[in-house]
Design a protein around this ligand. Structure first.
Ligand code: 5GP
Length: 195
């Protein structure tokens, strides 16, 4: 998606450890118009599917997920990373190792928000080694929900996540695909659509 690639080129900062900082528009300050455009693109890519729910994980997945839910007219559920006193029902849980924070979190979703009647679209901001999406897929499996696919804003294609998701037999659509951070610059995977 050209608009997102341009914004990454303009405002993205490459940090050590193959981390891209996008605090200008996604991870701290949020550009709602850009998020709306991401939602439109996910809506276009998954228009043949009857999605009943968007699933993401707090906190940075929420902005693109909510715009996708708005455009698809379906609720957005975000998995929580912290145990909370408001989570008083039965929970689906999965363990997720955080790429940026280097800690393992147990993510959880209240059982009442996901069921075997759902056809889920998983949305997240980044795909690195695929641990976050993997945990969300585990939660869908526990709920016996169908998964229509995964929508990622920024995929780092040189890491293992895309392969992991495809191995699980799940459709993956990423709006910007980064091939490397060579010379501290962002290089994108070229596709005919991007050229
Ligand atoms: P994964 O679970 O695929 O290894 O990593 C995905 C999660 O880690 C995303 O939800 C995102 O929050 C965070 N993450 C991974 N790589 C990056 C990155 O390069 N930049 C930022 N800002 N977050 C990242």
């Amino acid at each position: 998606m050209k608009l997102l690639e341009e914004r990454i080129r303009e405002d993205g900062v490459v940090l050590p450890g193959d981390v891209l900082k996008v605090n200008q528009f996604l991870n701290h300050q949020i550009d709602p118009e850009l998020m709306y455009a991401l939602g439109q693109e996910f809506g276009r890519l998954y228009k043949e599917e009857t999605i009943t729910k968007i699933l993401t994980v707090e906190s940075s997945g929420i902005a693109p997920a909510i715009m996708t839910g708005l455009l698809m007219h379906v609720p957005v559920v975000f998995a929580k990373k912290q145990k909370s006193s408001t989570l008083d029902g039965s929970l689906y849980t999965a363990k997720v190792y955080s790429y940026t924070k280097k800690v393992e979190n147990t993510i959880s979703v209240d059982e009442k928000f996901l069921s075997a009647n759902d056809n889920v679209l998983i949305i997240d901001d980044f795909l690195a080694n695929g641990q976050a999406v993997n945990g969300l897929l585990d939660i869908c499996n526990l709920a016996e929900a169908e998964v229509a696919g995964v929508g990622i804003a920024i995929e780092k294609s040189f890491q293992k996540g895309a392969e992991l998701i495809k191995k699980r037999g799940v459709r993956l659509e990423s709006l910007a695909r980064i091939s490397s951070f060579r010379d501290n610059k962002v290089h994108f995977v070229r596709s005919s659509e991007n050229d």
